[in-house]
Design a protein around this ligand. Sequence first.
Ligand SMILES: CSCCC(=O)C(=O)COP(=O)(O)O
Ligand SMILES: [Mg+2]
Length: 229
Amino acid sequence: MIRAIVTDIEGTTSDIRFVHQVLFPYARKHLESWLAQHQHEDAVVQSLNDLRQETDQPQATQAELVAVLYQFMDEDRKSTALKALQGMIWRDGYLNGDFTGHLYADVLPALQAWQQQGIKLCVYSSGSVAAQKLLFGYSDAGDLTGLFSGWFDTHVGAKRDVTSYRNIQQQLGLAPQELLFLSDINQELDAARSAGWHTLQLIRDRLDTDSSHRQVASFAEINPEFLPT
Ligand SMILES: CSCCC(=O)C(=O)COP(=O)(O)O
Ligand SMILES: [Mg+2]
């Protein structure tokens, strides 16, 4: 029996193009001016120090860190420090009404139905928990944060690492076979399956012939009561 559903965001609940063509360029465009304004805030100082640690450059200047951040953005590196900073920068964009968090139309009705069935809903994304809450808080369908009771980011580990799913499972206090992970990326699903979870792959607008996971085109096709073992 599925007791909790953990969903990825990019390519699963939300269009990859929203992340890559709206969010990422917004953070890139505003990075330096935003840092100039916020560099003395505790959370920013902390993230810059985390980046120094991540890159093993304890003495790096802010200018050197900015160069690293541009490089990490170019590489779509899932750096915890970059993701924290991006989330803080996006906050302005959501609050100013520059954009709302994209959601596929099938997502909200399915999440509501699963919640009605007593299933706990959680998010696991490389985007920071703050960024996740912004996307669902300022989504196309309004504030959906109340639907979710668990939020996980790279602080539990990388999405292709089996340990991350074991960490989430322990934090949820459920058995692995009671958990379902939804993602568009087969390597993430492989890691969840290795941890004993159920998996389903979302195929939104591209085929994946290398995957061994059951595939669905939309959340409307998912019935947590009938999952193949
Ligand atoms: C919170 S939305 C932005 C997601 C993000 O920053 C990202 O890098 C997506 O990575 P994922 O591993 O979740 O596909
Ligand atoms: Mg994804």
